[in-house]
Design a protein around this ligand. Structure first.
Ligand SMILES: Nc1ncnc2c1ncn2[C@@H]1O[C@H](COP(=O)(O)OP(=O)(O)OP(=O)(O)O)[C@@H](O)[C@H]1O
Ligand SMILES: [Mg+2]
Length: 333
């Protein structure tokens, strides 16, 4: 057992993933905490807490302490981090780990400080920060150190962040606070409005993953969905089509496309030329939405492709950076 552990942490809006230097991914759990409403005591964290979403008794509340990639509820974030760090540290806990956490490129100094403080007070001995788009690019195997422009777009649960990387750093970036969560919300709102059916967040997510598509499917699909009738208050089951889902999510999808367009508009022409040559790489869990790459290609006019295991690009890059801190020192804060 190693006493001095080095960890990379991707503290995402939807999922937290931890990498241990020399080992790889050692934890992958939802960023969810169940807390008692009155005493604010933590009831469950991660996988266990996610199972409670939408099913808790009155006195328990399920909280997602991060919003759009930044700390929204400091105390709950700290409690969650402590739980996750203890879980991966095991008996090595006595000596706090050295931790590298990624943060979105656009966060303020205050938001950066909040992440560092949460990691330190959760028990880390040392804490550093790395830009999330850079981590995503390293994890997507993009040669980040070269004097060429590369574009990476990370679409997670809470945000879509487009960035151009060159010479080992983020040159331009643009993000919108629209990610997979907003797509789920849009599906829920659509089904309520057009079918008078109330569905839970989990159901909306399942619909998105099963029959959602960024561009209209040539052969439409349907799915049976259950919920509560908003008029009669009774259980109801009906069919939802992929066309309806497309209609529901199209607007938030276009907001994501807008952020890619904006990042490109800010980019110097030489680098834009490189991106046209090399294409756009998509990462993050939401890039797995069917045909996302095709929508980007069509709307931006530059070929786009989804990285391998896109949901793990950020953590792989953060992991590579904590294992080779000397290589990346220039970009680590
Ligand atoms: N097959 C799929 N199709 C569409 N969306 C998916 C699929 N699989 C996962 N997702 C979505 O990916 C999102 C989570 O992605 P990820 O783990 O990258 O987010 P995160 O890093 O926690 O969030 P953020 O980076 O915004 O803080 C969820 O909204 C989830 O619904
Ligand atoms: Mg993420």
């Amino acid at each position: 057992m190693k006493l001095f552990k080095k960890l990379g942490v991707d503290l995402g809006t939807a999922n937290s993933v931890i990498w241990e230097a020399g080992e790889g991914i050692v934890l992958d759990e939802p960023s969810v905490v169940a807390v008692g409403l009155e005493d604010k005591k933590v009831v469950a964290v991660g996988n266990e807490a996610k199972l409670m979403v939408g099913k808790t008794p009155e006195y328990i509340e399920v909280v997602k302490p991060l919003r759009e990639g930044v700390v929204a509820d400091y105390d709950v974030t700290e409690a969650m981090l402590k739980f996750f760090l203890r879980k991966v540290m095991g008996a090595a806990w006595l000596v706090g780990p050295e931790v590298l956490v990624c943060v979105p490129a656009g966060v303020t100094q205050v938001e950066q400080r909040a992440v560092l403080d949460a990691v330190l007070s959760a028990g880390a001995r040392k804490a550093h920060l790395i830009d999330e788009p850079l981590a995503a690019a390293i994890g997507a195997k993009i040669p980040v150190a070269e004097a060429f422009g590369n574009m990476i777009v990370d679409i997670g649960g809470g945000s879509c962040e487009a960035a151009v990387i060159a010479l080992g750093g983020v040159v331009t970036h643009s993000s919108v606070r629209v990610g997979g969560d907003k797509l789920n919300e849009a599906i829920g709102a659509y089904v309520r409005k057009h079918h008078n059916l109330d569905i839970g967040e989990q159901t909306a997510e399942t619909i998105k993953i099963k029959i959602g598509s960024a561009i209209k499917l040539k052969r439409p699909e349907t799915m049976e969905v259950s919920g509560r009738d908003t008029v009669f208050g009774l259980p109801k089951t009906l069919n939802v089509s992929s066309e309806e889902v497309w209609e529901a999510i199209n607007e938030p999808m276009m907001q994501m496309i807008g952020s890619i367009r904006e990042a490109l508009e800010l980019t110097p022409p030489e680098l834009v030329a490189d991106i046209v040559d090399r294409g756009i790489v998509l990462s993050g869990g939401s890039s797995q939405l069917r045909n996302f790459d095709q929508l980007v290609t069509r709307e931006i006019g530059v070929s786009a492709h989804v990285a391998i295991e896109p949901q793990y690009c950020v953590i792989r890059g953060t992991g590579a950076a904590i294992e080779n801190l000397e290589l990346y020192w220039r970009t680590i804060k």
